[in-house]
Design a binder for this molecule. Structure first.
Ligand SMILES: [Zn+2]
Length: 595
């Protein structure tokens, strides 16, 4: 069994998706509000039996657990696989990057370093930087802080940085890849960051991966970041981690805030275990970066952000990391920066009084309820019991069950009886008790698709097939690893560039496909058949899923518009299936004629 299969066997898509989406069980499927588009009526479905998901709403797309994580966390296949492998406790072959890729990254770190040095010098010693110096002084930053965070100033010029770096031997292409310059509409290129206070963003090893930049005038956006590059990915970066890593380990605690200035002010005041998620909700990747240093996390949330979703995520992180997540809620309208500057003791006190995330959720849910009335008791149980059901640690689960029972004055036994109905236990058992190899093998057909693999193996072993006009669409491949290889194959010129392009973690699967034994002759014809069958399989599974959605919609009394939309999608699928059948019968007829 390949590592990818092993990960798939140990991960349950319902559990993974539940960390992001509040799912409700209906029949054999789960449904919820789509996390990828905004909607009021749930059209997002998860299918435990197929370990797949599908959105029948605006997205009209779906896939397996990897494609879900890739989309949700904004990461590539290799990173998603690593994240899920970690969660499943499966070790992957170590990531030995091809040397060309390594060199490119090294070069990008260098160019970022040179840019940061340039911006920093302008801030501390140029005449143009004078105004910025007084601005940062007015925000209370000391010269030592400016040096340790290597803050800088990007001048109000279209080409200053570009010229400076090109004189030092960096090419325009490298500057573009690093996101330091952007291509203009009429050709040419210019500096991305102009007239801004610059915050270099470091990784934990001290490489500069990108920049954050705050406007010094009324320019919008107020905060601008480097774009995604081979070395920078905002959702996986934590601002300040290079300076905070040691303290996080020492104090066995990390505090996660939102903004650059929050981190800087905290550090200047001696709170050196603080990092920032840089304006986004904390992602699983960010959490996994600090997890190696501590399992105690405090999220500093502003009152608006402290919604139910944040709570569910927090509980999810606790489960995956066996971590303890606490939250502090900031005073209305204030950032940590404001709080600390006003009085560091208040910040200290907030930290000391940080509440475990589940306790905080209890407070939040019950704040506006009158727990002497039956109606509000039910409402509290409806909201809190699913959260308690999520807690994996049985001791903690029992603790909160007791707390809820006391709160609504119901016996624990009654609440406990309701737990299994909320959370089906088979999925949990599967994650905890790895199956013996034999059973795992028998399960395999559920997770891999022989047809997808056959089709890909033909393509990979017979480069001449690339010239054929009838090719599958990437979405026909339901398994992310196959889809990933197919897309890379479409773009690659030959096998060696395909290998260089693909993440090493997928190498094992690629080798398997390259050595799979195939029929000796009539390759073109067999390939055309396989593509057709692949399309048919895709459409059929779509039709089945759609029918189930439609039935459910009708049962739950969906609106006419929603039903019409599903009907419309259904007609489209039937038309395409009709097309497949016509092509199939044409092929059968022409084969007959040949004989
Ligand atoms: Zn959607």
């Amino acid at each position: 069994m390949s590592v990818i299969d092993e990960v798939k066997q140990r991960i349950d898509i319902v559990e993974v998706v539940s960390q992001y989406v509040k799912l409700t069980k209906s029949g054999r499927t789960f449904r919820g509000l789509c996390p990828f588009h905004s909607e009021k009526h749930p059209s997002f479905f998860v299918y435990p039996e197929r370990q797949s998901w599908h959105c029948f709403g605006a997205c009209n797309t779906g896939g397996d657990v990897f494609s879900f994580i890739m989309k949700k966390e904004g990461i590539d296949f290799g990173e998603a696989l690593r994240l899920m492998a970690q969660r499943a406790g499966v070790s992957l072959p170590s990531k030995s990057e091809p040397s060309a890729k390594k060199e490119e990254k090294e070069r990008l770190y260098q160019v970022n370093e040179a840019a940061a040095q340039y911006f920093h010098n302008l801030l501390v010693s140029s005449q143009a930087g004078e105004k910025v110096r007084s601005y940062v002084a007015s925000r209370g930053l000391s010269p030592e802080t400016i040096t340790s965070f290597q803050l800088g100033f990007s001048p109000n010029s279209w080409e200053a940085l570009k010229q400076y770096l090109m004189e030092r031997g960096y090419t325009e292409g490298e500057l573009l890849t690093a996101g330091l310059i952007i291509e203009g509409e009429g050709g040419g290129s210019h500096d991305r960051f102009r007239n801004r206070l610059m915050f270099p963003i470091y990784d934990v090893r001290g490489h500069i991966t990108g920049f954050g930049a705050r406007a010094l005038d009324d320019s919008l956006p107020k905060y601008l970041n480097s774009p995604q590059t081979p070395v920078f990915d905002k959702s996986g970066s934590l601002y300040g981690i290079n300076l905070a890593a040691a303290a996080i380990r020492q104090q066995n605690m990390v505090v996660i805030v939102e903004g650059y200035m929050d981190v800087i002010t905290a550090h200047q005041n001696g709170f050196t275990n603080v990092v920032a998620s840089m304006g986004t909700a904390v992602t699983e990747r960010q959490v996994s970066t600090v997890k190696r240093r501590t399992k105690n996390m405090i999220f500093a949330l502003d009152a608006d952000a402290a919604g139910e979703e944040a709570m569910l995520r927090g509980v999810g992180y606790e489960n995956t990391l066996e971590a303890e997540v606490k939250v502090i809620i900031l005073p209305e309208g204030k950032d940590p920066d404001d709080v600390i500057k006003e009085d560091a003791k208040i910040w200290q006190k907030l930290l000391e009084e940080a509440l475990p995330i589940v306790d905080y959720t209890f407070n939040m849910v019950t704040a506006n309820l009158d727990l002497t009335t039956a109606k509000d008791k039910t409402s509290a149980v409806d909201k809190l019991l699913p959260i308690i059901a999520e807690i994996k640690d049985t001791v903690r689960q029992a603790h909160y069950l007791q707390k809820l029972a006391r709160l609504v004055n119901v016996t624990e036994r009654n609440l406990e009886a309701a737990l299994p109905r909320i959370k089906p236990s088979p999925t949990r058992r599967r994650a905890e008790e790895p199956k013996p190899e034999a059973v795992a093998q028998a399960l395999r057909p559920v997770f891999s698709s022989p047809l997808e693999e056959y089709c890909l193996a033909l393509l990979l072993q017979h480069p001449e097939l690339k010239a054929l006009s009838q090719q599958p669409s990437p979405e026909y491949f339901q398994n992310s690893e196959n889809r990933e290889i197919f897309v890379a194959w479409q773009q690659a010129s030959d096998l060696s560039s395909l290998k260089a392009e693909l993440d090493p973690a997928i190498g094992e699967h690629l080798d398997y496909l390259l050595t799979k034994s195939l029929p000796p002759n009539q390759i073109e014809e067999k390939y055309a058949d396989a593509v057709l069958r692949l399309r048919e399989g895709f459409l059929r599974s779509l039709a089945t899923k759609r029918e189930a959605a439609l039935a459910l919609e009708a049962e739950l009394g969906g609106t006419a518009a929603e039903l019409a939309k599903l009907e419309e999608q259904g007609i489209e699928v039937s038309l395409q299936l009709g097309e497949v059948f016509t092509q199939k019968s044409r092929r059968v007829r022409s084969k007959g004629a040949e004989k």
